[in-house]
Design a protein around this ligand. Structure first.
Ligand SMILES: [Zn+2]
Length: 387
């Protein structure tokens, strides 16, 4: 009898130890905040709950960095981390916040748009919880999240997701996908309150241009591109042609399908004043047939299985031994963003958006992302915001 009890106690203790060993890193990741340094152009930091009160005190609330220009002009919104397993969007936004000086107009930057998703992970795929970017002075650590908001923040999922307000039927899991929850509503699901906050920001501040930065698989046809609806397709085309001619990289234009609801590039233009653009850079980490999902693959984009598929012409982008490194992805995003601002300013001369200090593609490829990240320990008092 005593032997039996001892065995049961030992097994229960071993089980509890396994739960703690597996669970504590996830708990730490969920509560890990990372710093963003307020760069020379940041004039205010707002919260998304200022525009969507239903987000107050929830994991959906997130910081909005305002960079008001020296002269008046047009207004633009830049969003990263709509999908928190596509970090080149978030990093592009951080580089803008820490480096940009706005000469004309105003920028609003939301680096961690899907804050709940950035505190989620995909253990079945062995996702890393963090990744580090090396800089001359040390390194910066960022959370690596998942595509969807965490079920700890939004649960249960419905059997079928009925999109608001179009009532289109979508996959159940897409209710936790911020890029299927546009234009949102003030007291809907968490993801709907998040997109509603951004819609309210665009409506109240009369934002001209909204850029949602993503990454996509090399085996997915909508990759390495700018997705634009009818209203913004002309500016997108001019931006695509200009970066190709002047900077030598491809980013073609994909039309936003009118019948597919809930996406930023469709709903932003249909429900507010802004011209929407969604930018995709290829991210090999997201492809299914790769080796282990390591931070190395996330950063350098080099994978032998994709290389062999590339030789069989099964990828939608050129791919060789050099992979598709992070600096190339962030560089493309920044150049395309700056080019959209420039093309918009040419079209709307009374609402110019002029930004200096943001590096372009060639500078990123040459120097890496870390070269454009500030050292939080050197920032003045009050100069760092935890995200
Ligand atoms: Zn995405």
């Amino acid at each position: 009898m005593r032997k039996d009890a001892l065995l049961k106690t030992t097994l229960a203790a071993a089980f509890a130890a396994l739960v703690l060993w597996g669970g504590l890193p996830l708990l730490h990741h969920r509560h890990h905040d990372f710093p963003i340094v307020k760069g020379p152009g940041v004039t205010a930091v707002l919260r998304l709950s200022d525009f969507s009160p239903g987000l107050k005190g929830t994991a959906g609330d997130t910081a909005i960095y305002v960079l008001q220009g020296r002269e008046p002009g047009g207004k633009a919104l830049v969003m990263g981390d709509s999908h928190s397993n596509e970090p080149e969007g978030m990093l592009s936004a951080v580089v803008v916040i820490e480096n940009a000086v706005v000469q004309k107009g105003t920028l609003y930057v939301i680096p961690v748009f899907n804050n709940s998703g950035s505190r989620n992970t995909r253990p079945g795929d062995g996702y890393p919880l963090y990744f580090d970017i090396a800089a001359d002075w040390g390194k910066r650590r960022f959370r690596f999240g998942n595509r969807d908001a965490s079920p700890l923040d939004q649960w249960p999922d419905p059997d079928v997701y009925i999109h608001y307000p179009d009532r289109q039927l979508l996959s159940y899991v897409d209710i936790r996908n911020t890029n299927r929850a546009w234009p949102g509503r003030p007291y809907g699901a968490l993801t709907e309150r998040v997109t509603f906050g951004a819609m309210e920001l665009m409506r109240r501040e009369k934002i001209d241009v909204a850029i949602d930065i993503h990454g996509a698989e090399t085996m997915y046809p909508v990759t390495n591109c700018i997705v634009a609806p009818e209203s913004s397709v002309k500016i997108a085309t001019l931006a695509a042609l200009t970066v190709k001619a002047k900077e030598g990289f491809e980013s073609h234009v994909e039309p936003s399908p009118a019948g597919f609801r809930g996406l930023s590039h469709r709903e932003i233009g249909d429900h507010g004043p802004s011209l929407p653009f969604l930018i995709e850079a290829p991210i090999p980490f997201l492809d299914q047939p790769t080796g282990p999902k390591t931070t190395k693959l996330l950063l350098d984009g080099k994978d032998p299985f994709l290389l062999s598929l590339s030789k069989k012409k099964m990828l939608f982008v050129p791919y060789d031994e050099s992979g598709w490194p992070l600096e190339k992805r962030v560089g493309q995003n920044l150049s395309v963003t700056l080019e959209i601002f420039r093309q918009f300013s040419k079209k709307a001369a009374d609402r110019p958006i002029a930004v200096t200090g943001v590096p372009r593609y060639a500078e990123l490829v040459k120097s890496g992302v870390g070269r454009f990240l500030a050292d939080p320990s050197k920032a003045p008092a009050g100069g760092v915001v935890m995200n």
